[in-house]
Each structure stands twice: as structure tokens, then as C-alpha cells.
Design a protein around this ligand. Structure first.
Ligand code: NAP
Length: 351
């Protein structure tokens, strides 16, 4: 018997789709991803990008507060993420939020498999899927919620300081104490980099933008706003060669190298480096079977609906969104995808 709905992905979009699909009695099966070294390196472990962040202060419903007793009552003991004992009145953390969403989906009957889907055949119906461990599955409807991963520079020192000063999300991490009243560096010259730089001016003493060319890729309005900001300083024709720091303090600076004169190197003291050089949607396993836009993100074929180019296949969250990329918007589209899948299954007479 084919599954009614298979959901691929375990970020806010995947779990919200599962909560809605389970409550609609579709008995969803979620592939939350495999725990492999390759996934760890790529930033695609189960629970997605939020599991890589620290505090989440902008997810509605989680103002700052002492969550310890709540977490103990809501989650099985083995799934409670480690919490700094000092962290009693901060916001919910990314890993906690994801565990809570996962548990909520399970509470309504969602089944979860800790494996990757590595191959799909959407050319036949029921759809066929194959997992990394070699198991085969069939589904009447599929919701793709595999997200996107932030691009990083690929430096060893950058890897070492992830979560201790190196971040790819100013909106997620910018307000943390380590960045307040300290200089920070933003890498990139697109709209994301300008947006991150402007956002960080709320907290940082000065924001250094390091861009590899002497012209910004960002839209004119964003570029102008950043260029005229008194606390944003641009370093043109420069790339980050190394992130500097130590185990105790995390990031303490970056060394940049000129792209014009490779001998010209400068050290910028800072408490953090924000990488804003684009994202890559996690769509490799689809091997072109679902239509994407020019940047590789899955295309919704009707505005404000989650239907993809394959009837019966829906997409939610960052894999179909290169613009908002927020936990709450991903959760919203996860809900939409489950409702769209339920209605589609009903319209085809699949009970
Ligand atoms: P993007 O437009 O692709 O810009 C990426 C930037 O990173 C470019 O400046 C690029 O340099 C630089 N870069 C790429 N790889 C690099 C590397 N290995 N080392 C150093 N620099 C590197 O990506 P984005 O800024 O994330 O924007 C994505 C899309 O979302 C765009 O369409 C953007 O307009 C949109 N967006 C809009 C808003 C807004 O309107 N508020 C906000 C955010 C994003 P080069 O310029 O030299 O290629």
C-alpha cells in the first residue's frame, strides 16, 4: 500500500506540514534526514538550519522566559537539547524549537524515519522514492521541505568558529550579547549582505563589509542605504583569508587579502563574521524532475499555492523561497502544503 503523504525534510516547513497532515488523518511519513558526516559538513542534518542556530527571538509564541520545566514536560528526556544552565530567561533556542515541533507532529501520529531520500521517480504514480539506506517507498502525494543551506567561504577557521562568532544569519544571531557594541564583519555584496549589515548597525559598534569586487550586486536602494550609513565601512576588492580567534573567546578578528594586490593584507578586529554570499536549495535528489527557477529553487506554479510542476508534489519552506527565508514563513507554507495535498488527494478520490 502506498503512503498517502510522504514529507521530505525536518525544518519548520516539514514539521508543520506533518502536524496538519496528521490532524487530517493522512498518517504522514516524514523523512527527517540521515545523521551522516557529509550532512554535518553541508549543514543538512535532521532538524535543518534552525538546529544550527542559538536563540530564536522572532518566532511568535516564545518570548523570553524560563523554559526548562516546559521542555521537561513536553519532550521525552532523551530528546531535550542541551541547555546552558545559566540560560534561564533567554528565548527558546533553535534546537529546542525544532524538537518541540517534531514532538508536536509525533503527538498527532506522524511517523518519522531518520534517513535521507536520495532518489525519486515522479514519472509514475504512486510516486517512488528511495532512501539512503536502500529502502523503497511509494506515496500518493509528496511534500518537499528540504530547505536550503547557507553558502560559506569554505575556510577551515570559519568552520571552527561556527556558532562562536561565525554566522550566516544576522536576523537570527545579530542581537546576541557577543555582537553588541563590538565591531562585526559582513562578507558579500548582494541584497542579503546589505540587509544584514544594516540590521547589524542596531547592535554593533561598526559593521565592516568585505566584498570581493569594487561594485555591489545589491539593488540600488539597498546599496545606497548601506553606503551612506555612518557606521558601515566598506572594504572593496577584498576576501577573507582567515578567521582569527581562540577557544575561549571565539572570533576576535578576520584577516583580509586584497584581490588586486595579494600581498596587501589587513586584520580587522571583530567579535563576529556574518557570511552573506547566497544559499543553495537542497534539491540534488530531485535530479531535475520538478521545475525550478533560475536560481534552482522549486517553482510554485500558482501564486500563493504550493503546487509544483508535478501534480501531487508540493513544496514548502526555503526550498521554494529564496526571499523571506524565516522559520515562521517556512512553517506557514508547510501548513499550506499539507492543506493543498489534502485537497488534491480528495479531488482525485484518494481517501
Ligand atoms: P546574491 O545576490 O547572489 O549575492 C551574493 C553576493 O555574495 C555577491 O555579492 C557575490 O559577489 C558574493 N559572493 C558569492 N560567492 C562568494 C564567495 N565565495 N566569496 C566572496 N563573495 C562571494 O545573494 P543574496 O544577496 O543572498 O540575494 C539572493 C536574492 O534574494 C537576490 O535576488 C536578492 O535581490 C534577494 N534579496 C532581496 C532582499 C531585499 O530586497 N530586501 C534581501 C535579501 C535578498 P559578486 O557580486 O562578486 O558575485
Amino acid at each position: 500500500m502506498p503512503e498517502r503523504v510522504i514529507i521530505i525534510g525536518s525544518g519548520p516547513a516539514g514539521w508543520t506540514a506533518a502536524i496538519y497532515a496528521a490532524r487530517a488523518e493522512l498518517q504522514p511519513l516524514v523523512f527527517e534526514g540521515a545523521v551522516t558526516e557529509e550532512n554535518r559538513m553541508k549543514g543538512t542534518l535532521p532538524l535543518g538550519q534552525l538546529a544550527l542556530t542559538t536563540e530564536v527571538e522572532n518566532y511568535p509564541g516564545f518570548p523570553a522566559g524560563d523554559l526548562r520545566e516546559y521542555l521537561k514536560s513536553a519532550l521525552p528526556p532523551e530528546r531535550i537539547p542541551w541547555r546552558d544552565p545559566e540560560h534561564t530567561h533567554g528565548a527558546v533556542t533553535g534546537p529546542e524549537l525544532m524538537e518541540l515541533m517534531r514532538q508536536q507532529a509525533i503527538n498527532f501520529g506522524t511517523r518519522v524515519i531518520t534517513d535521507d531520500i536520495v532518489e525519486v521517480d515522479f514519472g509514475t504514480h504512486p510516486f517512488r522514492l528511495k532512501s539512503l539506506s536502500g529502502e523503497r517507498y511509494e506515496a500518493l502525494a509528496v511534500i518537499i521541505a528540504t530547505g536550503a543551506r547557507a553558502n560559506y567561504l569554505g575556510l577551515e577557521s570559519e568552520e571552527r568558529f561556527k556558532n562562536r562568532g561565525v554566522s550566516a544569519c544576522a536576523v537570527c544571531d545579530g542581537a546576541l550579547p557577543r555582537f553588541r557594541n563590538n565591531p562585526v564583519v559582513v562578507v558579500g555584496g548582494g541584497d542579503s549582505a546589505m540587509e544584514e549589515a544594516l540590521y547589524l548597525t542596531k547592535f554593533a559598534s561598526v559593521v565592516h563589509v568585505v566584498h570581493r569586487r569594487d561594485q555591489l550586486r545589491a539593488s540600488k536602494i539597498m546599496a545606497e542605504r548601506a553606503l551612506k550609513h555612518p557606521r558601515i565601512q566598506f572594504h572593496w576588492n577584498a576576501v577573507v583569508e582567515e578567521v582569527l580567534g581562540d577557544d575561549e573567546r571565539g572570533v576576535t578578528g578576520v584577516r583580509i587579502r586584497s584581490t588586486v594586490d595579494p600581498d596587501e593584507k589587513t586584520e580587522i578586529p571583530c567579535s563576529g563574521m556574518f557570511v552573506a554570499i547566497g544559499h543553495t536549495p537542497n534539491t540534488d535528489f530531485l535530479r531535475g524532475q520538478v521545475e525550478t527557477n533560475e536560481k534552482g529553487y522549486i517553482r510554485w506554479i500558482h501564486p500563493h499555492r504550493t503546487h509544483t510542476s508535478v501534480e501531487g508534489v508540493f513544496a514548502a519552506g526555503d526550498v521554494a523561497d529564496d526571499y523571506y527565508r524565516q522559520a515562521v514563513t517556512a512553517a506557514g507554507t508547510g501548513c499550506m502544503a499539507a492543506l493543498d495535498a489534502e485537497r488534491w488527494l480528495g479531488s482525485k478520490g484518494f481517501e
